[in-house]
Ligand binder design. Structure first.
Ligand SMILES: [Zn+2]
Ligand SMILES: [Zn+2]
Length: 165
């Protein structure tokens, strides 16, 4: 799933923005926090975490909107400047090196179902979670849930970004 030939395209609704992710994600969060519910206008957000250098902007130019976040440290949401659809976020906690790509903006969003459900303490009660997928009331430790391959990719990313500073 993480081969470098594993390309997935996506974009906004008006098609001004087109992007490509060049591998599978590190991990996919289905977040049931109230913030994600409000920002999506629905019941949860589905975010594929991936190295920023594996996200290529193919067409268009993004508008970056500083937005409050649950942590208080803010998030930068990348939106189409025309139709304003959000295609990914960067959170202060994970820094600029990891993007949270909104799975619903991929042409084939079915490829990346959740690896974990988070903030289920505020999950809308009608939503029944599938058995067999980890679910936590708030957050979790990546060491306990991420596959080995993703932990290695993250370690490589952290050593690259500390060399740049
Ligand atoms: Zn657009
Ligand atoms: Zn959330």
């Amino acid at each position: 799933m993480t081969a470098t030939t594993d390309l997935h395209d996506g974009g906004c609704t008006c098609r001004f923005i087109r992007y490509r992710i060049t591998s599978g994600p590190l991990f996919v969060h289905c977040c049931h926090c109230r913030w994600c519910q409000r920002e999506s206008g629905a019941s949860f957000a589905l975010n594929a975490m991936i190295e920023a250098d594996r996200v290529d902007l193919l067409e268009g130019e993004l508008e970056i909107i500083d937005t409050p976040s649950n942590s208080g440290r803010g998030q930068r949401i990348a939106r189409c400047p025309r139709c304003k659809v959000a295609v990914w976020s960067n959170y202060a906690g994970a820094g600029d090196t990891v993007r949270f790509v909104r799975v619903g903006t991929l042409d084939d969003p079915d490829r990346f179902p959740p690896d974990i459900h988070i903030f289920t303490e505020s999950k809308q009660p009608w939503l029944v979670l599938p058995p067999g997928i980890p679910a936590v009331p708030v957050y979790y430790k990546s060491l306990e849930h991420w596959p080995k391959d993703s932990l290695e990719r993250r370690a490589a990313l952290m050593s690259r970004s500390s060399q740049k500073q």
